[in-house]
Ligand binder design. Structure first.
Ligand code: BES
Ligand code: ZN
Ligand code: ZN
Length: 497
């Protein structure tokens, strides 16, 4: 898909050529200045007339109408060179590819040097390019009898004066990141009748086989033996058996400093007997976005094989109603031994995560990151562009925050105070209470999980607001975003204990 070349020859032909344009004097330099001459200064004329702007994320298409060997020029406005961030560059590329989408031709060349700055080198720009291409052109095919998928660019020629091998490697890394995020998006977009816990487990097994990971699916019988009362309670009303998906990646000689990634895998959340209202229930097929994020990250880890140890644990089930379902007022015993009074069956995510976290620790996880569509409360608190983060360990959180700044998947920390901890312990008949009232839902979810992290460094990411979007963005359509795939993988790649 990508061919990297040092220099563009004077008789090179391309369907389209892509050039970055910074707000600076002169607007055109190097080879672009030459093309401007070939076009009798028409580019300058367009710029002077305001048709060709270097404004950030402004895309301009210029047809060369036989005056050049390149049929079309695409100018990508980048704003002021010193102000451009990596995230903005990725978005600018995203916008470019959305503009090109639907074209009948499928080949472009990119002048990579025109996208680099003091802070963004050729490798960064190459990563942004390939990642943005995959993210921006993602489509969920769906189930219409007449399925249409738009034609995509198949051949990229990337011209760079930087080291070709390095640029090639970065193009590969960017495309791995993009592809894995899209795989997570597809899992999240898939309806729950077509993605049961068993189907999710099968997906994970295929992934594990592909990358040579060790894996294990803990079945219901074994859960009973292990005493996973919390996960089993949530599954009780379902005809679909629960699965605990466990995937192990060992990138170090010994199984030490293990990073546990735990993803909420509720394939559909009715709320149980604390049933959701008819408007709130629609969309609950996406309640496994945490699981999808973890599997997406594992795909990147499988491709790039960092020198880290990672244990992915995904509790998977739906949350249904039947004569056998668990009920408000029930008291259940979790794998950790802690008893839980169920005051709300719709606070099911923290229950299944509790057992998954205990299991991860037993399997050697020394650090825990859980990702979950846990609360509507986080949407009220932080909106739909910022993931809620809660932690018991500053240093671990800082590393995750750095990764998120790099991927542009923003997060913001909410506190867990001693008073919050007291509230989840406030049950007259059990150790814990799974839903202690209306105030601070997002924090209550985290305070509950903190009881199971205990003294293991842990970060909880509440992606209820960020995992799906109703509005298309520069980096993808409406629907699942695949949020946290890239952040988790970046975090793992860079992790230092
Ligand atoms: N899956 C939901 C959270 C959710 C809400 C995700 C909206 C995506 C969009 C979760 O299981 C839930 O129902 N949480 C309750 C918690 C409450 C009962 C303590 C909530 O947020 O209302
Ligand atoms: Zn729920
Ligand atoms: Zn849920």
């Amino acid at each position: 898909m990508f061919t990297v070349m040092q220099e563009i020859s004077s008789n090179a032909r391309h369907e389209a050529i892509v050039v970055g344009l910074f707000e600076k004097e002169p607007l055109f330099s190097g080879i672009v200045a030459k093309w401007n001459e070939q076009l009798n200064g028409q580019l300058t004329e367009l710029a002077n007339e305001g048709d060709l702007l270097p404004k950030k994320k402004h895309i301009t298409k210029v047809h060369t109408l036989g005056q050049m060997k390149m049929k079309r020029l695409y100018f990508v406005g980048l704003g002021k060179e010193e102000e451009l961030t990596f995230e903005q560059l990725r978005e600018a590329f995203g916008k470019l590819f959305q503009t090109i989408k639907g074209a009948t031709w499928s080949e472009v060349a990119v002048m990579l040097d025109t996208f680099t700055t003091e802070r963004i080198d050729a490798s960064d720009a190459a990563h942004a390019l390939s990642e943005a291409f995959l993210l921006a052109t993602y489509e969920f095919v769906g189930y219409k009898q007449k399925r249409t998928e738009s034609k995509k660019i198949e051949q990229f020629t990337v011209y760079t004066t930087a080291d070709e091998k390095e640029v090639e490697a970065s193009l590969f890394v960017g495309s791995v990141y993009g592809r894995a995020t899209n795989a997570a998006r597809t899992l999240v977009n898939t309806p729950s009748n077509l993605l049961s816990a068993a189907a999710l487990a099968n997906y994970a097994v295929e992934l594990a086989k592909k990358y040579g990971f060790e894996y294990k699916i803990v079945e219901k019988e074994e859960m009973e033996k292990l005493g996973m009362g919390a996960l089993l309670a949530v599954n009780q009303g379902s005809v679909e058996p629960p699965k605990l998906i466990v995937v192990k990646y060992q990138g170090k000689e010994t199984w030490e400093d293990v990073i546990g990634l735990v993803g909420k895998g509720v394939t559909f959340d009715t709320g149980g007997y604390s049933i959701k209202p008819k408007d709130g229930i629609v969309g609950m097929k996406t309640d496994m976005a945490g699981a999808a994020a973890v599997l997406g990250a594992m795909e990147i880890i499988g491709e790039l094989r960092p020198e880290q140890n990672v244990l992915a644990v995904i509790p998977a089930t739906d949350n249904m109603i039947s004569g056998r379902a668990f009920k408000p007022d029930d008291v259940i015993t979790s794998m950790s031994g802690k008893t839980i009074e169920v005051t709300n069956t719709d606070a099911e995510g923290r229950l299944i995560l509790a057992d998954a976290m205990t299991y991860a620790k037993q399997q050697g996880a020394k650090y825990l990151i859980d990702v979950a569509t846990l609360t509507g409360g986080v949407i009220i608190a932080l909106g739909v562009h910022t993931t809620g983060a809660m932690t018991n360990d500053e240093a671990l959180f800082e590393q995750l925050l750095e990764a998120s700044a790099e991927t542009g998947e923003f997060m913001w920390r909410l506190p867990i105070t001693e008073k919050d901890k007291e509230r989840v312990r406030n049950s007259p008949i059990a150790d814990l209470n799974n839903s202690p009232g209306r105030e601070g839902h997002a924090i209550m979810g985290a305070a509950f999980l903190a009881e199971f992290a205990e003294d293991t460094p842990w970060v909880h990411l509440d992606i209820a607001g960020t995992s799906v979007t109703t509005k298309p963005s520069d980096l993808g359509p409406a629907g699942a975003t695949g949020v946290m795939v890239r952040t988790l993988a970046t975090f793992v790649e860079r992790f230092e204990k």
